[in-house]
Design a protein around this ligand. Structure first.
Ligand code: HEC
Ligand code: HEC
Ligand code: HEC
Length: 263
């Protein structure tokens, strides 16, 4: 018995030594995983403190499995009707603007009428669809936008003169960090559910009065293609995670197949 323990100890020692050596040799590749929408909500894995990663990525789907600190990189949500009673700093979101590489440019070039001197672009005079070849590469199905079944278009969501802003029903600007105010002007039912915690997702403190990170609409929905894909509902089915490890001593999970209550 003692021999066995010694062997096991030695094996552990060598394995650890080998993996330490390997880790030292190869520089750690940057791991990034997505929080809710692939291609739009990626986070780079890093240490918040030594040995304490900000996220754990699924080796299977590349999705975030858990957060080391759910408030990492968050900012206060901003004003939202009927949420005035939440003490400031208790409702936080991850800002979208930093994910939008093109936006800072849109507001200062072209769409403010500055742009190239020879052919200065004009601001749209109507909300109706018109061909905009320069935008085709950025918004797929531009002329046949996969949102609203041909009843809405760019200027229903984007501000005419301030291109780094969305637009509300009065024509006033909305920040990209508060998409709920935009989506809510047409999807009032979903916004109400989201506000009540029935739709979407929140993470953070357990107590109902505790600090929480709210996922905003555009973290999950791509505003340009919600009606894309075979289901015409915007979301493709994702592969399920592998089942959890069986408890010690259990050979298989066949008991799961047996109905608990006979009938
Ligand atoms: C339903 C509302 C809606 C409609 C309609 C819409 N957009 Fe957007 N658009 C948004 C929102 C919201 C974002 C920010 C997305 C995010 O946070 O990921 C955005 C982002 C963008 C961006 C920035 C992408 C980046 O990566 O910086 C461009 C460019 C854009 N839209 C162009 C258009 C054009 C052109 C049209 C018309 C063909 C259009 N949008 C129609 C809501 C809309
Ligand atoms: C100007 C009005 C308007 C705005 C703003 C708007 N939508 Fe829509 N949305 C529509 C319409 C119209 C439809 C099509 C409903 C239908 O005919 O099935 C739709 C469809 C959808 C669908 C698909 C629903 C389904 O049943 O297939 C989703 C998801 C969605 N919108 C999310 C959003 C999100 C997220 C935002 C904010 C970024 C947003 N919408 C902003 C008008 C709007
Ligand atoms: C954590 C992710 C997440 C967030 C945040 C989120 N949604 Fe959704 N939403 C979903 C999923 C998942 C579905 C179901 C899609 C399906 O059935 O194809 C959905 C469905 C919808 C639909 C279609 C509902 C229907 O009846 O078919 C609309 C409209 C919608 N969401 C709007 C919104 C709006 C507006 C917000 C923000 C106030 C929002 N969502 C926030 C994940 C999210």
């Amino acid at each position: 018995m003692k021999k066995l323990i010694l062997k096991a100890l030695l094996l552990t020692y060598f394995c650890t030594a080998a993996s330490v050596a390997l880790a030292q040799q190869a520089p750690q590749a940057e791991v990034s995983c997505f929080e809710s929408r692939k291609g739009a909500s990626e986070v780079v894995k890093r240490d918040l403190q030594p040995g304490w990663p900000n996220v754990k990525c699924s080796p299977l789907t590349g999705a975030v499995l858990w957060w080391g600190d759910p408030f990492d990189g968050t900012v206060p949500m901003g004003d939202m009707p009927l949420l005035e009673n939440i003490p400031s700093g208790k409702a936080v979101v991850k800002p979208r603007s930093e994910k939008l590489a093109l936006m800072p440019l849109c507001g200062v070039a072209c769409h403010n009428g500055v742009g190239p001197k020879a052919n200065p672009p004009k601001l749209p005079t109507s909300k109706k669809p018109t061909p905009i070849p320069t935008m085709a590469a950025m918004v797929p199905d531009l002329q046949n936008l996969q949102h609203g079944r041909d009843r809405i278009w760019c200027m229903d969501c984007h501000h005419t003169t301030q291109r780094n802003k969305l637009v509300d029903n009065f024509g006033d600007p909305i920040s990209f960090d508060q998409p709920q105010l935009l989506c809510g002007k047409c999807h009032g039912d979903k916004m109400r559910d989201w506000r009540d915690g029935i739709h979407g997702k929140r993470i953070g403190e357990w107590a109902s009065t505790g600090k929480k990170r709210w996922f905003t609409c555009t973290e999950c929905h791509n505003p340009h293609n919600v009606q894309d894909g075979i289901r015409n509902r915007g979301f493709v089915q994702i592969a399920p995670e592998t089942p959890p490890q069986l408890p010690k001593g259990m050979k298989d999970a066949k008991h799961e197949l047996v109905h608990g209550v006979a009938h």
